[in-house]
Design a protein around this ligand. Structure first.
Ligand code: HEC
Length: 174
């Protein structure tokens, strides 16, 4: 009995020793692996790093990845037509130059009738003037006529801008 008891005790002690050895061995392996990962296997951990970053970034990637991917497609598709079409719209609204110039300079007299200026849109006042022909109106606007100052008093305006403005005035009187 004593032998069996002592034998069972010794076997338990052996198992305990084995367990301790295994635990220590595992701890050593883990420490070795940890050192290798931190030292030379960093590149391999890059995948792990990316996986971690993917977990961290979603808040940022949702806003960055979503617009950035469609953006080039939309930009590439929109820029190509826009680049070709943009010059046309800019040249088209040339009539706006006249409107802009009128509102900036000519409106002072031609909206109020100051100094006897024919008002914008006053068909009765403009009809006889339009009847003179556009060249006469252009010349009067460019060089002045009585109380009408040359170029509305703004020599910095180009002839094209003045003519565009006359066109705008005439169009408003028809
Ligand atoms: C200081 C006031 C004043 C300003 C500013 C002014 N005008 Fe006049 N404009 C007149 C007067 C006054 C007349 C009438 C002249 C006349 O027939 O005796 C007139 C007449 C005209 C006529 C008719 C000319 C004709 O031969 O019948 C045109 C066109 C005209 N203006 C264009 C313009 C344009 C374009 C501008 C702005 C760039 C402008 N005016 C700014 C006072 C002004």
């Amino acid at each position: 009995m004593a032998n069996t008891k002592s034998g069972s005790k010794s076997s338990v002690a052996k198992w305990i020793l084995i367990l301790v050895i295994v635990v220590v061995a595992v701890a050593l392996l883990q420490s070795i692996l940890a050192n290798r990962r931190s030292a030379g296997i960093v590149p391999q951990d890059a995948a792990t790093v990316k996986a971690i970053e993917d977990r961290i970034k979603p808040l940022g990637e949702v806003s960055i990845a979503a617009p950035s991917r469609p953006a080039p497609v939309v930009a590439a598709g929109a820029d190509a037509p826009a680049a070709g079409e943009s010059p046309k719209p800019k040249a088209g609204p040339a009539g706006n130059v006249g409107e802009t110039t009128f509102n900036a300079i000519c409106t002072g007299c031609h909206s109020t009738g100051a100094l006897g200026a024919p008002k914008l849109g006053d068909k009765a006042a403009w009809a006889p003037r339009i009847a003179q022909g556009m060249d006469v109106l252009y010349t009067s606007a460019l060089k002045g006529k009585n109380n009408m100052p040359a170029k509305g008093g703004n020599p910095s305006l180009s002839d094209a801008e003045i003519k565009a403005t006359v066109d705008y005035i005439v169009a408003a009187a028809k």
